[in-house]
Design a protein around this ligand. Sequence first.
Ligand code: SF4
Length: 507
Amino acid sequence: MTFPSEALGSAEDAPPASALPEAERPDKPEEACGIFGLYAPDEDVARLAYFGLFALQHRGQESAGIATFDASGSHCYKHMGLVSQVFDDHILKDLTGHIAVGHTRYSTTGSSHVCNAQPAVIPTRLGDLALAHNGNLVNAAELRDQLLQRNHDLVTTTDSEMIAFALAEAVNEGYSWVVAAEKAFNRCQGAFSLVIGTPNGLIGARDHQGIRPLVLGVLGHEIPQVGAPAPYVLASETCALDIIGATYLRDIQPGELVWITDRGLSAYQWAEATQRKLCVFEMIYFSRPDSIVNDESLYSYRRRLGHQLAKESPAEVDLIMAVPDSGVPAAIGFSQQSGIPYAEGLIKNRYVGRTFIQPTQSMREVGIRMKLNPLRDVLEGKRVLIVDDSIVRGTTSRKIVQALRDAGALEVHMRISSPPVTHPCFYGIDTDSQDQLIAATKSTAEIAQQINVDSLAYLSWEGMLEATGQDPTSFCSACFTGNYPVDIPEPFKRSKLKFEIQEALAT
Ligand code: SF4
């Protein structure tokens, strides 16, 4: 059973971030989605999926959905809003079965509309499939044309639905789920981590470079025998395993597909293993600090970024503080390395989310204080160094600096625990087009002047990669370098690389 989206209540669709007035637009790259999958006979899979999605809420706040499978078929509920707004006990009780697929969405391809909420549920000759996707296809337009030519009824504007239709098409040609998935994935270019529910089992897969994350775990603490059935879990991040008491087993590898059924887990390479190119922004900002990558929490990594930043760009100040929450680990690291005390100078209102009620003009002028309020008794008369993880357009940074000065800070220095963002992302992260990225058009000195700081420094690209403690070539860092690991087709590229194109035309 699939609930038609039109029948899901009367809540208005949230405006996409790009449609918000300048003052309300997030001044950070926005994560694309969180995905979750579970194969667990004898468990309340919908409730576990709900909590898994709850832990992944930071990856997308526009819509949420869960699909389950039992002997009678599929059941799906999805709607606009936060996980806690979309689901209640009554809805979860109707989502019965032993397989669950869940999704939290931030729109990058396709508008922020309920029809684009996931999982995408598509009928096939073998029963429904329910697909949850994190990433962006760079050949979505081509794939869409192919599918439309074959008279598929595309009902959404997302690239995720195209993957679902490509898979359904292969199944309807007579292939098994696994072979059909391999065929569908080979038609896709770009970044995709996927969890796909079917009546027979659960699929987890990553694109051939593993740009977006996907981890495998098992409910409880018993490590399953190879080939033995077990309650396997798939999730964007390990924090979603922790919340439901699951144990992390391993990452799904680039180009890998896992097929989980009542016979256990089978793993295949749908694409030849190539070098991993995990998004380095997952390490810096997107993933939760309590998530684990390569046996280490991202909190520890981000603290090391702060150590490195303090070595590269010290300053004579009285206190180190962070832009909460994402700047906190790096600020603590900076403080540890420099020996300068760390203090909380900004208090965050944790209940501000994207709201359907726009602030009035006078409230907009108050600006940043809806989210962050400075502590005068900490800041007054002090030389302050504030650490943030990134600057995208610089609009928020300017307001924060002004708020600190208004609260009595004598000097405000800023340090950024990543290099300047000079290029847009095409792999599932919503960054502005290049001409809106402040570091693409201005020098560090010009940015310092614009945001009104006494000094500004970014972490070096080499320092950021060295701090990972991993092979530096195993990351995508294209938004800092412009070296994209998957080629971007020209029309798609043109939509975001306005500045480079204008520059080229001018010379
Ligand atoms: S371009 Fe930047 S944000 Fe996008 S995947 Fe690469 S590192 Fe991540």
